[in-house]
Design a protein around this ligand. Structure first.
Ligand SMILES: Cc1cc2nc3c(=O)[nH]c(=O)nc-3n(C[C@H](O)[C@H](O)[C@H](O)COP(=O)(O)O)c2cc1C
Length: 325
């Protein structure tokens, strides 16, 4: 069990916010597969404050995924506060401030990881959001901008002093973007500096890694990112492993069913045609490591509609079943 502020979670596992990936259908999939908390992708506070349709759409939610964390990014305290009000009106159960996005378009405005370059402003932003935010508030940070400036502990103390209820550390430097090692020792160091819960993130690629991160760093929660894409069952696997149970992987029938569930949720969310196109990238992840997937993977790029998606899936899974037997 894990608690963030007043919010009681089912477990200590969280799905990382991921732009272009953690839409409502994806969140429902990982929630069903054991994630204790799901989060939207980063949403522009400026976009929300201007009532931008493209930003507001990210707030679409469903009771089944609750509790829902909504992540916002921005550099101006007032705009972030205004965005927080909008997010709360939409029914968010937790607000997360993005202080780790390395994308230049974001950082050059002082937002995302840009907040780590101006700690005075970070303080103002977190305090402004805290003043209007009546649900738990978290901040997602990185280890620092570059290896010569590992400031995560200092940032964590600031964030705690501003009233945040938990902190997530993606234990990579901004300069690393998403490659290279995550430094789990830094998660342990941050944990020793603050009283609020610390959520560790980075390089959980297999179920045992989550257990190991928790044991090695003492962190309260673990956030899984890329390893859950096309592999939403990783959350249940981690929970099984924690209980000492054998880790189960869906067989071919279950895997096909999960892919179809995901497609069906996507179709409801964005319409069948767009869902089929969106599924192309996701299918590559769902079939990673399966036998003879290279021909299937080549054909995936040719998917144009739901009919071609389903017939390609049928063909490949029939082949796999035959191959297995
Ligand atoms: C495609 C992609 C999109 C991401 N989008 C976001 C985002 O919107 N907000 C955020 O805080 N982090 C974002 N991240 C970072 C992840 O939340 C996570 O911190 C990172 O992937 C490290 O975890 P992992 O090693 O388990 O993948 C993104 C990462 C990727 C690969």
């Amino acid at each position: 069990m894990m608690k963030i502020g007043s919010l009681q979670l089912d477990n200590w596992l969280m799905m990382a916010p991921m732009a272009g990936i953690t839409n409502l259908p994806f969140r429902l999939m990982v929630k069903r597969m054991g994630a204790g908390l799901v989060c939207t992708e980063l949403i522009s506070a400026v976009g929300l404050s201007l009532n931008n349709k493209g930003s507001l759409i990210y707030l679409r939610s469903h009771p089944e995924e609750k509790p829902l964390a909504v992540q916002i990014f921005g550099a101006k305290p007032q705009t972030m506060a205004m965005a927080t009000r909008i997010v709360l009106e939409s029914g968010a159960d937790l607000v997360d401030i993005n202080a780790g996005c390395p994308v230049k378009k974001v950082t050059k405005t002082g937002a995302g990881a840009g907040l780590l370059r101006d700690l005075k402003n970070l303080e103002k932003v977190v305090s402004a959001v805290r003043r209007v935010c009546h649900v738990p508030l978290t901040v997602k940070i990185r280890t620092g901008w570059s290896p010569d400036d590992p400031i995560a502990c200092e940032v964590a103390r600031i964030v705690e002093d501003c009233g945040a209820d938990a902190i997530t550390l993606h234990a990579r430097f901004v300069s690393q973007k998403y490659s290279g090692h995550a430094d789990w020792d830094m998660i342990g160091r941050v944990k020793s500096q603050v009283r609020i819960p610390v959520i560790g993130n980075g390089d959980v690629r297999e179920p045992p890694h989550a257990i190991e991160m928790k044991a090695r760093t003492g962190c309260d929660g673990v956030m899984v990112g890329r390893a859950a894409v096309g592999n939403p069952w990783i959350f249940n696997q981690i929970l099984q492993l924690e209980k000492g149970l054998p880790v189960e992987t869906p067989d071919l029938t279950e895997r096909r069913m999960l892919i179809m569930d995901h497609f069906s949720l996507l179709s409801d969310f964005m319409g069948e045609h767009r869902a089929a196109l969106h599924m192309r990238g996701i299918l590559l992840r769902y079939t990673k490591g399966l036998s003879h997937s290279s021909r299937f993977r080549e054909k995936v790029t040719g998917i144009k509609d739901s009919e071609s998606l389903i017939s390609l899936l049928d063909e490949y899974f029939a082949f796999l079943r035959e191959f297995e037997s």
